[in-house]
Design a protein around this ligand. Structure first.
Ligand code: ZN
Length: 189
């Protein structure tokens, strides 16, 4: 089932996700709905906050983006990142490589806005899967960027919080309008 995506101005996007204690049918159904919602919206990632749930749960799929490659090691072994998609990550913890790089980002919750964000080139992530297995991920490229963007969501942080002050100033009026509109819709619904 496709879920409505929370838009900028909706307070759920600022909520920190609760750690998930139990992997049950309800969680599996939520993850499946999030995957369907992300794919339908042509997104590369979706966090639980974006479908109205403050939980440490995110889904990712970079396989449809051909011009921004990724590398992926799963539990220490090199794997094909495309063939390993989608990922469902529960309670992910990130460690960041030292080298940083500027790259373009957008967000399904902030439609029609893209901006450059400074992120670590490589990240390592520890998370649980829906099968209740601990996995270790080492990623670079688009997948590393997407992981950082999604784990930020799980802590109530949006990519526009991390853009330059000049970029923020140039987007300020559009963001303000969007925030007002979505806060209003939130009150009415
Ligand atoms: Zn986003």
């Amino acid at each position: 089932m496709r879920l409505p995506i929370a838009k900028y101005g909706d307070p759920i996007l600022r909520a920190k996700g609760r750690p998930i204690a139990k992997i049950d049918d309800e969680l599996r159904a939520l993850a499946a709905d999030m995957l369907e919602t992300m794919h339908a919206a042509n997104g590369v990632g979706l966090a639980a906050q974006q479908v109205g749930r403050a939980l440490q749960l995110t889904v990712l799929d970079i396989s449809q983006v051909e011009d921004r490659p990724s590398t992926l090691k799963l539990n220490g072994g090199e794997v094909d990142p495309i063939a390993s998609m989608p990922l469902v990550l529960i309670n992910p913890q990130l460690d960041f490589g030292e080298e940083k790089i500027l790259g373009s980002e957008g967000c399904l919750s902030i439609p029609d806005i893209t901006a450059d964000v400074m992120r670590a080139v490589t990240v390592t992530a520890r998370a649980k899967t829906l099968e209740n297995e601990e996995i270790a991920i080492e990623a670079s490229g688009l997948l590393a960027r997407a992981l950082q963007h999604e784990v930020d969501h799980l802590h109530g942080i949006l990519f526009i919080d991390r853009i330059s002050s000049a970029a923020k100033a140039s987007l300020a009026s559009r963001l303000k309008r969007m925030q007002k509109e979505n806060a209003r819709l939130q009150v009415e619904s």
